[in-house]
Design a protein around this ligand. Structure first.
Ligand SMILES: [Zn+2]
Length: 123
């Protein structure tokens, strides 16, 4: 779909980002604060199949009512991928797969993670 952000495979889920060794930052437009995200922590809290695509999160700066957006960079690349404006239909499938994994409704399919990612989540 033209004009839409391309969802690269390595950006699909938090587990994919960890496997890639990606660096992810949160940005708040209203207060201009930014911080590097702890992907392992996000995977532990939200689940490894959580997707940052088209998502925002409340800013954690005291007194700021803004919402942060996310961007990622993979090692060796200078380009940043912004997790916004992707095709809602594609993002909807990612978010649906995450919800299903949270609800234990994977229809008999175990969530299989890259062993290196699994080890980081167990640590
Ligand atoms: Zn803020």
């Amino acid at each position: 779909m033209s004009g839409r952000t391309v969802i690269f495979t390595w950006t699909q889920t938090v587990a994919d980002l960890i496997a890639e060794g990606a660096e992810v930052w949160a940005h708040c437009s209203p207060c201009r604060s930014r911080w590097r995200c702890d992907l392992v922590k996000i995977a532990k809290v939200k689940g490894p199949l959580y997707s940052l695509w088209n998502r925002t999160s409340p800013c954690r700066t005291p007194g700021c009512a803004g919402r942060v957006w996310f961007k990622a960079q993979c090692p060796g690349s200078k380009a940043w991928v912004h997790f916004s404006d992707a095709d809602p239909a594609v993002v909807g499938r990612l978010h649906e797969a995450w919800r299903a994994s949270r609800d234990g409704e994977m229809l008999g399919e175990e969530v299989r993670l890259n062993p290196a990612v699994e080890a980081r989540l167990q640590a």
